[in-house]
Design a protein. Structure first.
Length: 195
């Protein structure tokens, strides 16, 4: 199962470092709306699916605030850890859906959900998202051409993870490459209010 990688604290450290570097890269640019200076306005999230004892700083959502009066937009840089406002870590969503698609131990949706400690409805929503929404999304269309045709749109994200598993020496490295690649499809975006 590729989802066994979710037990590795090192995965969460590496993803945090990648997001930190990306956030800093964007902070040094100007506001895309008004060219004003950008400052950090980070906040903590409460994602689910990590091993016990992961340091709190890994939960930090990097966020930027435009310093120009009259704009003050809140902006979210691309992330390898979070998929929009979804509650679970992006790594958890990708690996659990991938295990289901790859028919690991022929588990049903409810069996796999129970094993991973998530609800069946949550897993069904993720599967639906990858079958219907993700393949036609702007983010995916932007990067689709940069990866091998072996990767099948009808079998995402399992097909993409399998592709990286062939390139890398272990699951953790493959998943990190996969998440880095996926984050390239996103641009800095305006923060949407929770609700
Ligand atoms: Zn601005």
């Amino acid at each position: 199962m590729v989802s066994k990688v979710l037990k590795n604290e090192s995965l969460f450290l590496d993803l945090y470092k990648i997001d930190l570097a990306t956030a800093e890269e964007y902070r040094q640019k100007r506001c895309p709306y008004c060219q004003g200076p950008l400052h950090y306005a980070n906040y903590f999230r409460k994602p689910r699916g990590e091993p016990d004892g992961v340091p709190e700083e890994y939960f930090l959502q990097f966020s930027l605030c435009c310093g120009k009066e009259g704009c003050r937009r809140r902006l979210i840089p691309p992330s390898c850890r979070f998929l929009g406002r979804k509650v679970y870590w992006y790594a958890a969503i990708l690996t659990i859906v991938s295990d289901w698609q790859n028919k690991i131990q022929n588990m049903t949706i409810s069996e796999l959900a129970r094993k991973m400690g998530i609800s069946s409805n949550t897993l069904k929503r993720w599967i639906h998202f990858f079958e219907n929404t993700f393949p036609v999304s702007v983010q995916w269309k932007k990067i689709r051409g940069r990866v091998s045709a072996i990767v099948k749109n009808a079998h995402l994200p399992g097909s993409l993870i399998n592709f990286y598993l062939q390139q890398q020496s272990n699951i953790e490295k493959a998943l990190i490459s996969c998440l880095k690649f996926l984050s390239q499809g996103s641009e800095i975006s305006q923060k949407i209010r929770d609700g």
